[in-house]
Write a protein that binds this ligand. Structure first.
Ligand code: M6R
Length: 612
């Protein structure tokens, strides 16, 4: 999705802005642009295509301004083009704006502004914003910074939808205004300079001290100050939050791609996420939660709500919670949940998972659950992200920044967090379950097994080379393996653009088997001992019909039956999804590499889906 960068300081802004945009490239975009305040007024440099193309724009090297705003656009309203790229200026070229989000009532605003004599040069929803600000500014009696702020506030109160905005004005070369609503934005504090960004990794090499802004809070930035205001423009105080991530964790560190690096970071991500929550001989602790036995006993249902890969982690979480705690748990896709009037009340616990903590549908589903009286718990990887500011409770995975669009280490970290959370629930409920002690031990042994799995999984590369030109690949599994098949299939389609489908293996005969023909590739996940024979016989059925098979298993299978078998280490059946997904992550990765694709930035996708 769109990315925002801003700078106000003592250095030339343009290289810093472009550098920041390059670090936001992973979010997905189709055009880029910057605007700085120069002696002559606002500069504007933008175009469709890659950020690096900005370097070849006429005059870009002559920019001297030390304040500027920048943007990568992911087209929503209007095709990717120079005209539709941000920043956008008002008709008088007084105000420059970059915007992340969607203005839902832009048509109506545009018509009103048209009637007032404003002209529009793009098809975007954003262009109404600088013009609205201009309109209100001209009506303001005070032509000073407070008048500028008031004009921004008046404009924002007309906007319906979501927005993160950076606004500069040619009359105020020492200030910038930022505001957000339902769209991410952070401010990084430096020495006599301030940075603005859609997310922390983009400016991590400049500062580790961040101001987190809440919805409809305004900030006037100067070189050495950040003054915040609430929605009614009353001044408010904010402290910076220091972020532990180091800048190198957002670099490739010698790996060819972020995705590969992140796949290989899974042992450490799991270790960090389990952290001090779990020890072999003591109760599992979550200082962030104060759930009593009474409260957990009275829960009528747990909902786990998320999107994409995070939802797949939720499916594994459901299995854990139901098996260990016997609490009914449902998993739902956020974009469906929020529109189907779900049955929730004050006895429902709703858990929301989001790596970024900024996914629009997940946040909206959380808000809905709160309105209906449910307790809400967010699981995210990003400190201070929007979701943590809405939820009653927040738990962090400690996977470190995940840059590749395809989620890998965030998924396995979410799954391990569910394992520890389920133990915490079970122990609080005083469930008499002897398997908990074993599970704790198995969790502590897992990072080493992930390292072993990574080594073994490299064998999948040869099979990837054989099948990378396929048009369709099917994924099968039963029980918990079916959730892994789903995640494997999503990973493959995301980065290789191969049509991939996953099915519960038992469903084959009810339709999908009609698609199996000579030479088709089928991936089977077989780790559930209790369902072993059934899974194998389903795979046998596709082999009989000519399928090539890749099998991920920790069971003793006859390797000769299949084209490729990846034998992963055995672990607790609740944890097996963390190991069995690894060869599938690498399978997708090597297929995409064979096809020569941009693994980290697949087409049409964005890392952080901040609009619905
Ligand atoms: O940031 P979130 O975890 O809320 O993102 C949810 C999905 O958009 C995300 O998992 C998506 O499916 C990934 N690209 C999967 O690799």
């Amino acid at each position: 999705m769109c990315g925002i960068v801003g700078y106000i300081g003592t250095q030339k802004a343009s290289p810093i802005l472009i550098n920041g945009l390059i670090r936001l490239e992973y979010r997905g975009y189709d055009s880029a642009g910057i605007s700085t305040i120069e002696k002559e007024g606002l500069s504007i440099m933008k175009d469709q295509g890659r950020v690096k193309n900005l370097y070849s724009l006429d005059g870009i090297n002559n920019l001297e301004g030390t304040i500027g705003i920048a943007h990568t656009r992911w087209a929503t309203h209007g095709k990717p083009s120079k005209e539709n790229s941000h920043p956008h200026l008002d008709n008088s070229k007084t105000f420059g704006v970059v915007h992340n989000g969607i203005i839902e009532n832009y048509n109506e605003l545009r018509e009103n502004l048209n009637k007032k004599g404003y002209t529009f040069y793009s098809e975007t929803d954003t262009e109404v914003i600088p013009n609205l600000i201009h309109y209100y500014y001209t009506k303001e009696a005070k032509k000073d910074l407070s008048g500028f702020l008031q004009a921004v506030k008046n404009a924002c109160s007309e906007l319906k939808g979501s927005f993160a905005l950076e606004i500069i004005c040619k009359h105020y070369p020492d200030n910038m205004i930022v505001v957000r609503k339902d769209s991410p934005l952070v401010i990084g504090k430096g020495e006599n300079e301030n940075y603005i960004s859609s997310d922390i990794p983009a400016i991590l090499s400049f500062t580790k001290n961040f101001y987190l802004i809440n919805d409809l809070e305004y900030c006037i930035l100067s070189r050495n100050n950040a003054q915040f205001y609430d929605k009614d423009l009353n001044p408010i105080k904010k402290e910076t939050k220091s972020i532990e991530w180091n800048a190198s964790s957002a670099e490739k560190d010698g790996f060819e791609d972020y995705m590969l690096k992140e796949i290989y970071e899974q042992p450490i991500a799991i270790r960090e996420t389990v952290g001090a929550r779990l020890f072999e001989n003591s109760k599992c602790t979550f200082d962030e939660l104060n759930f009593t036995k009474e409260y957990l006993k009275n829960i009528n249902k747990i909902y786990i709500v998320a999107c994409g890969t995070a939802m797949h982690a939720g499916l594994v979480g459901k299995n854990m919670i139901e098996k260990l705690c016997r609490i009914q748990t449902e998993v739902d896709v956020a974009s469906e949940f929020r529109y189907r009037n779900p049955l929730i009340d004050e006895k429902t616990l709703c858990i929301f998972i989001s790596q970024s903590g900024e996914t629009a549908d997940t946040i909206a589903a959380l808000k809905l659950s709160k309105e209906k009286g449910a307790k809400t718990l967010a699981i995210t990887n990003v400190i201070g992200s929007s979701i943590t500011r809405e939820a009653d409770y927040s738990l962090y995975t400690h996977a470190g920044p995940e840059i590749a669009v395809a989620s890998t280490k965030a998924y396995t970290s979410q799954v391990i967090l569910f394992a520890t959370l389920s133990i915490y629930f079970a122990e609080t409920l005083e469930v008499n379950n002897s398997s908990i002690a074993t599970l704790k031990n198995d969790i502590l042994e897992l990072p080493k097994k992930i390292e072993d799995t990574l080594k073994i999984s490299e064998n999948v590369k040869d099979f990837a080379k054989q099948v990378y030109q396929e048009k369709d690949i099917f994924f099968l599994g039963r029980g918990i393996d079916e959730t892994v098949a789903r995640e494997g299939s999503l990973k493959l389609k995301e980065i290789s653009y191969i049509h991939a489908e996953s099915y519960p293996a038992g469903e084959l005969k009810h339709g999908p088997i009609a698609l199996i023909e000579n030479g088709i590739t089928v991936v089977g996940v077989v780790t559930d001992k209790d369902l072993l024979e059934k899974s194998v016989s389903n795979i046998q059925e596709v082999i009989t019909r000519g399928a090539k098979t890749l099998i991920i298993t920790n069971q003793n299978l006859d390797d000769k039956m299949f084209n490729e078998v990846i034998n992963i280490p055995c672990t607790n059946s609740l944890l097996s999804p963390i190991l069995s997904i690894i060869p599938l992550q690498l399978f997708s990765y090597y297929i995409a590499k064979e096809k020569g694709l941009d693994v980290d930035k697949p087409r049409n996708l964005a890392k952080s889906v901040t609009v619905e």
